[in-house]
Design a protein around this ligand. Structure first.
Ligand SMILES: C[S@@+](CC[C@H](N)C(=O)[O-])C[C@H]1O[C@@H](n2cnc3c(N)ncnc32)[C@H](O)[C@@H]1O
Length: 295
């Protein structure tokens, strides 16, 4: 195992791994998904805490501690992971033969979803994160995965992908989970331009943060403390959309919205008693499809 914490690790990517590791510790019939790789990415002290999380009172104590620190992050993060798993499986069943996971962090869908084993998967991330991920997963077989280094703020995803064997004429799925909020307008436009140049029927799954959360005015518990914590981590949120602007933004790129769900919506799909779960209502997940219009 690589030593931890290494330099240049994304703390927010490691946090998603913690959410997935906690969910995976639940019994089969209770959990929303299983990510057996997630715990590998945790620092040793967190791994030590999560290992006994199969014991329900211990797990509930960890969950309630987590929920007090960041209201809604765990419950929305787990529901979102499951939602994106479901949308991903549907896109692959619908013929997407290439899956491009942007800002992949410690996302292990390429390994844990059997449906992706027959696809070409491209994982785009910062070089240091990709190197670290490859070291943590050194014992896994992932010949269908190509890890493509990129800095979205300074490089064009289309150039990096084509150089790595991606074909724009093949029906594809693009996944951008937890990433647009770290970019700027020009980098977000480049990602959507890539999608708009893809084969008809391609799909894109992406998350975005409501713009009022970026400027701190969205009414959600714990938002001010969350924004301050992100700034202290050096991973401040920098970009958001207004949901009402989304249909036009996509239509201008020959893309159609299939669903645009708030955390309240997707928690209601997967959690029992979702009305008891509060926080992160500003964190949205979108499924969009490339229309047949020629440009
Ligand atoms: C919240 S994490 C989400 C990771 C992963 N998608 C998941 O759901 O587990 C955000 C990820 O975006 C990556 N990221 C942020 N800005 C980036 C940039 N300019 N270029 C490349 N990757 C970036 C970070 O390194 C991090 O892994």
């Amino acid at each position: 195992m690589p030593t931890y914490p290494p330099r240049n690790v994304s703390e927010t990517a490691a946090n998603m791994a913690l959410i997935r590791a906690l969910e995976t510790a639940k019994p089969n019939r209770q959990r929303l998904f299983s990510d057996p790789f997630a715990r590998r990415f945790l620092p040793a002290w967190q791994r030590a805490l999560v290992t006994p999380a199969k014991i329900p009172p211990w797990r509930r104590m960890l969950e309630s501690f987590f929920d007090r620190q960041a209201p809604g992050a765990r419950t929305s993060g787990a529901a979102r992971t499951r939602l994106i798993d479901d949308w991903t499986r549907a896109a692959v069943r619908n013929g997407a033969a290439q899956v491009v996971i942007m800002g992949a962090g410690f996302d292990c869908r390429a390994l844990r979803l059997d449906e992706l084993r027959l696809s070409s998967v491209f994982e785009l991330e910062r070089r240091e994160m990709l190197n670290l991920k490859s070291r943590f997963l050194a014992d896994t077989s992932a010949s269908h995965v190509r890890r493509v280094p990129i800095d979205f703020l300074n490089e064009q995803p289309e150039d990096c992908l084509v150089a790595s064997g991606y074909s724009p004429t093949v029906k594809s799925l693009f996944i951008l989970e937890g990433v647009t909020n770290y970019l700027d307008r020009s980098a977000v436009d480049s990602v959507f331009n890539l999608f708009s140049h893809s084969a008809p029927g391609s799909r894109m799954i992406f998350t975005y943060v409501h713009i009022d959360a970026i400027n701190g005015t969205f009414p959600a518990p714990g938002l001010t403390a969350l924004l301050e914590r992100l700034r202290n981590l050096g991973e401040a949120w920098t970009f958001g959309f207004r949901p009402e602007d989304m249909p036009d933004y996509l239509a201008q790129r020959d893309l159609r919205i299939v669903a645009d769900l708030s955390a309240t919506d997707y928690r209601a799909i997967y959690w029992r008693q979702p009305m008891l779960l509060k926080g992160y209502e500003f964190y949205r997940a979108v499924l969009a499809e490339k229309t047949n219009a020629a440009r």
